[in-house]
Design a protein around this ligand. Structure first.
Ligand SMILES: [Zn+2]
Ligand SMILES: [Zn+2]
Length: 101
């Protein structure tokens, strides 16, 4: 870890949950491998949350071919959802669809 301080720009990061190196791709805010995210947004992409807690993927909803991942912050309980990215791990997404939201 170079710095624990959050930087307000798009960059690569290492997933704090599974250790996967994630390439920043503009709006990528979650790990494509385990799908875990960080509580950094209040509104999608605004990066204005101060919490930085781990966001657990708690479920997936598939709507008209689009996959929406539901998150809950492990630290403050904040709930959030984002569209799954094209490079997200399908097996991980399918596993989540089996969970009851
Ligand atoms: Zn991960
Ligand atoms: Zn939080």
């Amino acid at each position: 870890m170079l710095s624990k301080k959050f930087q307000r720009k798009i960059e690569n990061f290492v997933c704090s949950h599974c250790g996967q190196r994630v390439k920043g791709a503009g709006y990528t805010d979650h790990c494509p491998k385990c799908l875990w995210s960080r509580h950094v947004d209040i509104n999608p992409g605004d990066r204005s949350a101060e919490c930085c807690g781990a966001m657990e993927p708690v479920g997936v909803e598939i709507k008209g071919g689009e996959k929406v991942i539901y998150y809950k912050c492990q630290r403050c309980g904040f709930e959030h959802r984002v569209k799954a990215g094209a490079e997200d791990d399908m097996a991980a997404i399918i596993k989540l669809t089996e969970q009851v939201i």
